[in-house]
Design a protein around this ligand. Sequence first.
Ligand SMILES: [Zn+2]
Length: 316
Amino acid sequence: MTGTSGRASTSADAVEVARPSLVTCCQALVGLPVGVVRPRRPDSRFLASLTDHGLPTSATTVDVITLPQRTRMVPTPGVAEGVWRPVRSPNRVNAFVIRHPQATFVVDPGVCVDVHSRAVAELPWILRVAVSPPRDVVDIRRALDLAGIDATDLDFALPTHLHWDHVAGLLDLPALPVHLHRPEYTWMMQDRIAPQGGVRPSLLDRPVTLYDLDGPPILTFPRSRDVFGDRSVILVPLPGHTPASIGLLVQTTSGPMLLAGDAVWSHVQIDRFRQKASYPGLLADADRAVAWETQHRLYAVRERVTIVPSHDHGGH
Ligand SMILES: [Zn+2]
């Protein structure tokens, strides 16, 4: 992977941590019951306007290993608007390891030891109530151990986006290089107000390689990046949840898979075409309109690739 390499060195204590405004909190809470009875309707005109640029094939396949993790069951109406069945849906803090002939890397390196005190404690209470992982959440080092993967075998980390539950595990993987979408990194490191949950500290004192999505359109996604030049791992933009979230389109022996990060939280959002519930979705998504547009792009390819939301995969 090419890009700008460097060592993140911004001081973590010179910034404020982002807090949702009172107005946003109220909108999120009021929007919850509204969304239950009046879920946002898909934009059929936009959906019809999307062009499918095709799914590339590759002679190389990769192994995708879902690291062991606890499952927390949460009320489905708090995940997707207007969905009552099943009453509860699984929510996990998934991390994935991908083995390619040229590299082994971790996608979304999960959470660190003592994540509740090191990261979750920084979240505003209104978010903490909704998103705190269970006390027995499996930290990244233990998850790797349980999967029989030596942390020293990892070549780099490649987060789908920069939220605490996707990068806090880096705190326990010191010096592991991290590859980041350039505008996501800019959002994270150059703003005076940092996202909550120890995200910025997790990026400090390690090699950072920045990349751009400057490749051709793939499927319904307008840009891409072929990580190894063999079409086995292709990054695509999935903005909205954060300004520059990405997904990984990977070729596996069982077919193409799209690791979609938090563009959607649950399979039910794809199956029923529903946006995230406003609480906590309004507090978690950077731009709901853009996230909804991205969800249309995902919905349009749902039968061509297996879409894997980070928080809804596996069943331990
Ligand atoms: Zn997220």
